[in-house]
Design a protein around this ligand. Structure first.
Ligand SMILES: *Cc1c(COP(=O)(O)O)cnc(C)c1O
Length: 393
């Protein structure tokens, strides 16, 4: 037998989180997460569950009864959406314009679905004409798209147009709203989205652990009338109904602390007002964008598709993105991220989400990034960046 490992008390570095998530957590959320546990069927917890569901409906802009936090990260909510809605033999149409469309594809295949694609290059949104064409060719049963593509910094416009196309073909729409919920305009009911999933650690600024999911009655009817049960027992919505629906009976132990945290994060959304929160993200991220552009850098996405919560900035020629990130982390305790997939090495991904979407963070980011690039000999003007940020705010 080995002896007991010697370790020290946990003292993580005090980072400023401006990457693709997690974002900085509001102190009220951290406090809520250090309050005592109750049982997952305790009457006081049942009340909390009701409140979380009500707050989630407000944040998603939906009246969907079927609105719950899924135990797990955003990918768990994603797999709950796809794994329940897609039945063996169903065809799912997925996008190719970013990293998360690829994850949708893998999940649809594991659910027994056939996958077909609507193509668009990384860094561009889907064109409704291409979606229409894909529907005419393949007649998919389910259409998935990514509202806010965290890998490319692209915000998908024309959502109501996309959902109309799908509904004209009697298909169901699943929207990945992981990086839009609570950060950029999202109207599940008005826009005709049948199923939307998200994560707490992006624009809600809550630690990962319980992830928002909403389904309308039409989608839930399909889920409840499946020929064979969903392949995952843990994420089977027909079973989860027992816990989150009327009965409140045991399915699995809810991550109590994560639900406390989500509740507080959603209360902050409600206190601010959802539309004011969308405006704040545009305003503060707008100042970030003005700052990086004035410094001499270029945004990867054109202004029409700019995603305030995730700013993809081109890496200047001759600059090593890895060295910049390392310098920022070591010198400034500041986290940003590099590009993924087709954009690896080409972009920095700078988040501006939730509690991180503040003038304080943006100002810190601009001066730190300016310093890091300057040290690598890039032709940037950090002072001009900070000045443009000030003017923009
Ligand atoms: C982060 C993210 C996910 C996955 O969420 P995890 O919490 O990492 O599991 C899915 N889709 C998008 C668009 C994301 O940004």
């Amino acid at each position: 037998m080995t002896s007991a490992p010697e370790t020290e008390e946990l003292t993580p570095p005090d980072r400023t989180l401006m990457g693709p998530g997690p974002s900085d957590v509001h102190p009220r959320v951290l406090r809520a997460m250090s309050t005592p546990l109750v049982g997952h069927l305790d009457p006081s917890f049942i009340e909390i569950m009701d409140e979380v569901q009500e707050l989630l409906r407000y944040t998603f802009r939906t009246d969907n009864q079927w609105t719950i936090p899924v135990s797990g990260t955003g990918s768990a909510a994603m797999e709950a959406a796809i794994g329940n809605l897609v039945e063996p033999g169903d065809t799912m149409l997925v996008p190719t314009n970013g990293y998360f469309g690829g994850r949708m594809e893998s999940m649809a295949e594991r659910a027994g679905g056939e996958v077909v694609h609507v193509d668009a290059p990384w860094g561009e949104p889907l064109d409704p004409a291409a979606v229409e064409e894909a529907f005419a060719t393949h007649q998919p049963d389910v259409f998935g798209f990514v509202h806010a593509e965290t890998s490319t910094g692209v915000l998908q416009p024309d959502v109501p147009e996309l959902t109309s196309i799908a509904h004209e073909h009697d298909a169901y729409v699943i929207a990945d709203t992981v990086t839009s919920l609570g950060g950029v305009e999202l109207r599940v009911d008005d826009w005709g989205v049948d199923v939307a999933y998200a994560g707490p650690q992006k624009c809600l600024s809550c630690p990962p652990g319980a992830s928002p999911l909403t389904l309308n009655d039409r989608a839930m009817d399909k889920v409840l009338s499946r020929d064979e049960p969903a392949r995952s027992w843990y994420l089977d919505l027909s079973l989860l109904e027992g816990y989150w629906g009327e009965d409140r009976s045991y399915h699995h132990t809810a991550p109590i602390t994560a639900v406390y945290g989500l509740r507080e994060a959603l209360r902050l959304v409600a206190e601010e007002g959802i539309e004011e929160r969308w405006d704040r993200h545009r305003r503060v991220a707008g100042a970030l964008k003005a700052g990086v552009e004035a410094m001499g850098l270029e945004m990867n996405a054109p202004d029409e598709y700019w995603l305030p919560s995730l700013n993809a900035v081109r890496v200047p020629d001759s600059v090593d993105d890895g060295q910049v990130m390392e310098y920022l982390l070591e010198t400034y305790d500041l986290e940003i991220a590099s590009g993924l997939g087709d954009l690896e090495g080409d972009i920095f991904r700078i988040g501006c989400m939730g509690h991180s979407a503040r003038a304080k963070n943006v100002s810190y980011l601009l001066s730190s990034l300016g310093d890091a690039l300057d040290r690598q000999g890039a032709a940037v003007d950090p002072d001009a960046g900070v000045a443009a940020m000030r003017d923009s705010l």
